[in-house]
Ligand binder design. Structure first.
Ligand code: KG4
Length: 332
């Protein structure tokens, strides 16, 4: 039986290489947040293999849902809605969470809510006690995205800039692969860079023209690769440090430029790269007194289903439900 005034939602996420299920109360309180990462399956390829990813989601998702329900101490009869990421992502992977959500919606007779993955990432801070104040600038930094949004409401956001080539997380992954460091590159490069005692290697910080809020990472990637070809014995930690400083400075410069030009002082930074401690410090050091920067804790920066259940609650309250004919979509 559904009890009291609390609204309990189940969130499901399988857009890339994490299978996740979470139960959230009233869009703000996480009752459970179960994440199964496939990193070990993809490591030898230094990237996500779509066929391997979708098969692994299929094999894992039922067990993950059971664990999320059990840890939250709820039954299917307690759920008021089920939300799943429906876009963007790998089509074969997205299908697994969405089809599971449709089955639960149908059997339990509760609303189905399709969620945009990037909107869900930008919701993550509101699961940690931060009150949403609109509008805010959203900076999404992950393996597949480097994008800026003007967020006016939970379901009202405008893309105001994105990368013209690689995503920043992708650049971390590719440089780590080039340096033979392993996968995923972000956390490995961050750790290695922290051990650099000499910090003399610098790389160019190239951004497309001012007045245009785009990013670019292919020039930086080429600069690192060319440097390594000229200096094959360069200490890896110094190269990692130089690369990380340049990569992160591009983000920090751009987000403050956007905030100051638009006059919106509230900034939310989300996605896997937002778990980088150096990025957090640079954002804090670069901000003016009136600027407010919110970054979720590392567990909520990477892909998870709590953020899906969280924003799903807002859509549920707004009556924005989907039918069982909802389809997945690779693009945003
Ligand atoms: O958001 P996410 O879990 O998945 C998607 O890409 O959707 O982000 C994963 C990306 C990877 O490229 C990974 O290398 C990067 O985030 N990443 C980091 C760090 N932790 C993860 N990049 C820099 N520093 C980190 N500490």
């Amino acid at each position: 039986m559904k009890d009291g005034h609390d609204i309990i939602g189940l969130g499901l996420e399988s857009s890339c290489d994490e299978t996740a299920a979470a139960v959230v109360k009233n869009g703000t309180t996480i009752l459970s947040n179960i994440i199964s990462s496939q990193i070990d399956l993809h490591r030898e390829y230094c990237g996500v293999v779509p066929e391997i990813a979708s098969r692994a989601h299929l094999e894992t998702i039922n067990g993950i849902i059971d664990r999320a329900m059990e840890e939250a101490g709820v039954t299917f009869g307690n759920l008021h809605y089920v939300a799943a990421t429906s876009r963007p992502g790998l089509v074969g992977s997205l299908l697994i969470a969405l089809q599971s959500a449709k089955a639960i919606s149908y059997v339990c007779d509760i609303p189905l809510i399709g969620v945009h993955h990037l909107q869900a990432h930008l919701y993550a801070p509101f699961l940690e006690g931060h009150e949403p104040v609109f509008p805010y600038i959203g900076l999404l930094v992950s393996g597949g995205n480097t994008a800026l949004f003007m967020v006016r409401d939970f379901d009202d956001y405008e893309s105001i800039g994105r990368t013209v080539d690689d995503a920043v997380g992708e650049a971390f992954d590719k440089i780590a692969k080039f340096l033979d460091l392993g996968y995923p590159g972000g956390p490995i490069i961050e750790k290695l860079a922290a051990t650099a005692t000499v910090k003399g290697i610098t790389f160019p910080r190239l951004l497309p023209d001012r007045g245009d809020f785009r990013f670019s990472y292919s020039g930086l990637k080429t600069a690192v690769i060319q440097y390594m070809k000229r200096h094959p014995d360069a200490p890896r930690e110094e190269v990692a440090y130089g690369f990380q400083e340049a990569a992160l400075e591009l983000l920090v410069r751009r987000v403050f430029e956007v905030s100051r030009e638009t006059g919106v002082p509230r900034i939310v930074v989300a996605g896997g790269v937002a778990s980088n401690g150096r990025l957090r410090r640079m954002l804090n050091d670069g901000r003016r007194r009136e600027e407010r920067i919110v970054v979720p804790s590392p567990l909520l920066c990477t892909d998870n289903a709590a953020m899906v259940a969280g924003i799903g609650y807002r859509f549920h309250q707004a009556g924005r439900h989907d039918s069982c004919s909802l389809d997945v979509c690779a693009r945003g």
